[in-house]
Design a protein around this ligand. Structure first.
Ligand code: PMP
Length: 382
């Protein structure tokens, strides 16, 4: 079987499994305990936090471990809204965010806040002027993802950061898909909050972190004990944090640059094979301005709901959109935002996302399989 759905989640790296297993075996102490066992674990926690801080050029006290990007996104959006309710009740986001941003924004818009959902163009990026026009004196938060999970499209984070520099709105970036692949410097990019998750970088599920600019204060989402500098209650999950640390260490700039070249080559293999076989297709988004590992294709006249199970039966796992909405019969909100007048395109698109476990041979096989299925379905008049 071949796995081409790394944007949904990645297999856990063997090095990471070893670290987690060792930690589960040996690091049973509670990080908050004052005795030897607690202090020993506390040091390990500090080291892991340092690795995260260094990755995004933040300070040690700006990293808070959470259960993942969903929790980080919820914490920022809900708690900024709560904290700043008297200053303003307007928030800005985009129409292509992950449900863990969109649904919190929708919730707020039903509870006394006003939310602007910025449109995107056909490459999946917002127009900077739309953001400038949407900003108001009462805008308290702008939440925009670094890279889209369905198309890999990149947002102009640098320009957005510049635009917000002199504005009172705080800037949150969901960088879940970009972590370890796109270099992130929160200070240079003027980012106030950043959400990430370990399971997209070959780490375990259920662990992530939130970066928070130390100058900004928001109340905790989870109340309880004093863990994470009183910002996130709950006994520290050291084994998963150490697994996250091990996964992060595998994302060196050199490794990632090498993988980026390989993934772009994989994309080209698929594109060339489809072209050579005379299959009609288009790329959803912009090939040059997207994550190297993700490609979203419109295969004309081939409904993804028909194609994907057939690929699966033959041993190839790809997806129609994000795993978080897959399973529901809903059309992709991301593709709908990019191609609002073309429901056919939305329903005939698939996402392929590569990972370290894919080799060139696997990709050639996938390309051939795509041609085989599309040709068959066309003949059937699907
Ligand atoms: N944001 C984006 C862009 C994502 O791709 C995901 C994972 N699908 C999340 C947030 C949620 O992350 P987690 O699974 O850690 O809650």
């Amino acid at each position: 079987r071949y796995y081409f759905d790394h944007a949904a989640t990645t297999p856990v790296a063997p090095e990471v499994i070893k670290v987690i297993t060792d930690s589960l075996t040996n690091d049973f102490g509670n990080v908050s305990s004052t005795h030897f066992f607690g202090q020993r674990e506390k040091l390990k926690l500090r080291n892991a936090r340092k690795v995260m801080a260094d990755e995004i050029h933040a300070d040690l006290n700006e990293i808070y471990f959470t259960s993942g990007a969903t929790e980080s996104n919820n914490t920022v959006i809900r708690q900024v809204a709560l904290k700043r309710a008297n200053e303003g009740r307007h928030l800005i986001t985009t129409s292509v965010e992950h449900p863990s941003v969109l649904n919190v924004m929708k919730y707020l818009s039903e509870h006394g806040y006003e939310v602007t959902f910025l449109p995107v163009n056909d490459t999946g990026a917002i127009n900077l002027n739309d953001l400038k026009n949407a900003l108001r004196p009462d805008t308290i938060l702008v939440s925009i993802m670094a890279a889209n999970n369905e198309t890999g499209s990149l947002m102009p984070i640098k320009e957005i950061g510049k635009t917000l520099k002199d504005h009172t709105a705080w800037f949150h970036v969901d960088a879940t898909q970009a972590l370890g692949i796109e270099a992130i410097d929160v200070k240079e990019l003027n980012i106030d909050f950043l959400s990430v998750s370990a399971h997209k970088i070959y780490g375990p599920k259920g662990i992530g972190f939130l970066y928070k600019n130390q100058k900004l204060v928001i109340p905790p989402l989870l109340l309880g004990g004093e863990q994470e500098n009183k910002f996130r209650a709950g006994t520290t999950n050291l084994p998963l944090i150490m697994g996250f640390e091990a996964a992060m260490k595998l994302c060196t700039p050199k490794n990632e640059q090498e993988w980026a070249i390989i993934y772009r080559e994989y994309k080209q293999i698929i594109i060339d094979e489809l072209k050579n076989s005379g299959i009609e297709f288009e790329i959803n988004g912009d090939l040059d301005h997207s994550l190297p590992q993700t490609i979203n294709l419109w295969l004309k006249d081939i409904p993804s709901q028909v194609l994907i199970p057939r690929l699966d039966l033959d041993g190839f796992a790809v997806s129609a959109g994000s795993a978080c909405t897959a399973g529901s019969a809903e059309d992709s909100h991301v593709l709908l935002a990019m191609y609002p007048d073309n429901l056919k395109r939305v329903r005939e698109s698939i996402r392929i996302s590569f990972g370290r476990d894919n080799n060139k041979n696997d990709v050639v096989k996938l390309a051939e399989e795509l041609v085989k299925q599309v040709t068959h379905l066309k003949q059937k008049g699907q």
